[in-house]
Ligand binder design. Structure first.
Ligand SMILES: [Zn+2]
Ligand SMILES: [Zn+2]
Ligand SMILES: [Zn+2]
Length: 378
């Protein structure tokens, strides 16, 4: 696999690359820089501040184009490669087309990144830029038209928030994430079908809840469904169902509701003959009681759901009695993973990390106060 790390200056890209190299046998590869993205890596005197992780001459591989890099990795994709040289949209476009590539975006609060940059300047005996200078260069780096690196992070399949102030804490958090897991590159069947059910839910027009459903037989989709009013009638969200459009609580007055449920639509679409004996129904929400009896009657053998609903226990009882397997599957959460929280099972066992973060925020405030950037409002 090839992991590409992108993100702002001092967000922790190189530290994560080093972790992968030291702990998971990744090898680092480099892509020569061709376009001029605005440089942040400058001290107060405009001197360039080298990265603390310098290239070690014997083990680095540098490619002049994305194509030559891809050619190299394609032949060796079962080995583990990592790069932080994600320069622009073209690089991202080419890499994301390949099934062995994972783009990881790394971010950290700007005050924390400035602290890290100051430490880097100190290590090279250079005067650090002021916070204001750093913020201005950082904005250019992330948002400059045509070369905005911030937009690249938005395309990452995995986004990490790294406010850690020690390599040890960062490595601990990364250990919990299992970045080299191949499942990150290609979804499992459960994940794939649940994502299709989620996609179907986006077509829902019911005012109460977005529900989507997929019926699968021998790993082939035989029908999909989402909830809303029947064909030919005004959509629920355009006033088609009076019950859904007034303030009745979830699960109340169901007998006056005109909306078909996602499961009902998928069952009607597939028909009993095509469903047969080995079909699995994937639904983003646990089926209600009336859907459960229909699912049972039509001969579905297994139901997989993501989120719970109001009557999960009764639904489970119906399926248990009729011999339909029921299980919950929740795909890995999309969006930002906060390395100081999520990767540590959310148990709050990293309060000192929070302390460090608050400490750095306090430092920033102190500097701002010292420099009279903030004037009290009179
Ligand atoms: Zn509705
Ligand atoms: Zn309704
Ligand atoms: Zn239902």
């Amino acid at each position: 696999m090839l992991i590409g790390l992108c993100g702002g200056i001092c967000s922790g890209k190189s530290s994560i690359a080093s972790y992968l190299i030291e702990q998971h046998q990744f090898k680092r590869i480099y892509l020569a820089r061709t376009t001029g993205t605005p440089s942040v890596e400058k001290s107060a005197s405009n001197a360039h501040v080298p990265s603390t992780h310098s290239k070690s001459s014997e083990e680095h591989l540098t490619f002049s184009t994305t194509d030559s890099l891809l050619e190299f990795v394609t032949l060796r994709w079962r080995e583990r490669w990592v790069t932080t040289d994600i320069w622009d949209e073209q690089v991202v476009d080419s890499l994301l087309r390949r099934p062995f590539f994972l783009l990881v975006g790394v971010d950290a609060p700007v005050s924390v990144r400035w602290q890290r940059f100051k430490a880097r300047c100190a290590a090279h005996k250079l005067t650090p830029p002021t916070l204001e200078d750093f913020v201005i260069r950082n904005d250019e780096h992330l948002y400059a038209p045509g070369s905005a690196l911030g937009a690249l992070s938005q395309r990452a399949q995995l986004k990490l928030l790294n406010s850690s102030t020690s390599i040890y804490a960062l490595n601990q958090a990364l250990e919990g994430l299992n970045l080299p897991n191949d499942a990150r590159l290609r979804p499992s069947w459960d994940q794939y079908f649940m994502q299709l059910a989620d996609l179907a839910a986006h077509r829902s027009n019911c005012m109460k809840r977005r529900v989507g459903c997929v019926i699968v037989r021998e790993k082939r989709v035989i029908s999909t469904g989402y909830n809303g009013t029947p064909r030919g009638m005004t959509n629920c969200n355009e006033g088609g169902c009076p019950r859904c459009n007034n303030a009745s609580r979830a699960g109340m007055d169901l007998s006056t509701c005109l909306c078909l449920h996602a499961e009902e639509n998928a069952l009607l679409e597939a028909g009993r003959d095509r469903i047969g004996e080995k079909s699995i129904l994937y639904c983003n929400t646990c089926p209600c009681l009336t859907c459960s009896v229909k699912i049972t009657q039509v001969g579905i053998s297994e139901v997989v759901y993501n989120q719970g609903y109001l009557v999960d226990t009764q639904t489970a009882a119906i399926f248990a009695e009729s011999g339909v397997r029921l299980r919950q599957f929740s795909p890995p959460r999309a969006g930002v993973v906060d390395l100081s929280v999520d990767a540590n099972n959310g148990e709050g066992g990293t309060s000192w990390l929070q302390d460090e973060y608050e400490h750095s925020i306090r430092d920033v405030r102190r500097v701002l106060d010292d420099e009279k950037f903030i004037r009290p409002i009179k």
